[in-house]
Design a protein around this ligand. Structure first.
Ligand code: FES
Length: 124
């Protein structure tokens, strides 16, 4: 996967993430290689997850970078409508029930969002 970010890399400028609105797609280096991921802002905090629905392992966004439902309260999978809690990635409703998104540790500082220095661990 081209343009894959490794640990400690800058994901995006803070201003690129709209609270409850558009997020940023990126690719993250994992032991399995580059995997699609995304970052969003929810109630002021930044969160990031692999872009992989817990139901069928497809990407969630219904348009590139659009992960929230119309109310900006939940993350929603474009394929079958699974709903996820933005701050935890836990499935709230739909065919993902009992599962969740794979979190990626990020930090916001100096006007930007950064991947953590720790390796990204992916639970299959
Ligand atoms: S693939 Fe996401 S809800 Fe089915």
């Amino acid at each position: 996967m081209s343009n894959t970010l490794d640990r400690g890399a800058c994901v995006c400028a803070s201003a690129a993430l709209v609270d409850g609105g558009p997020g940023v797609r990126f690719a993250v280096a994992t032991p399995a290689g580059g995997e699609a991921a995304f970052a969003i802002r929810y109630r002021g905090q930044v969160y990031a997850y692999l872009n992989r629905c817990a139901h069928r392992l497809v990407e969630l966004d219904w348009e590139p970078g659009q992960f929230f439902d119309a109310e900006g309260r939940h993350l929603i999978c474009a394929t079958h409508g699974a709903l996820y809690q933005p701050a935890t990635g836990a499935c709230l409703d739909g065919p993902c029930r009992g599962a969740g998104l794979v979190p990626i540790t990020v930090a916001e500082r100096d006007g930007a969002v950064w991947l953590a220095e720790t390796p990204v661990t992916v639970v299959k």
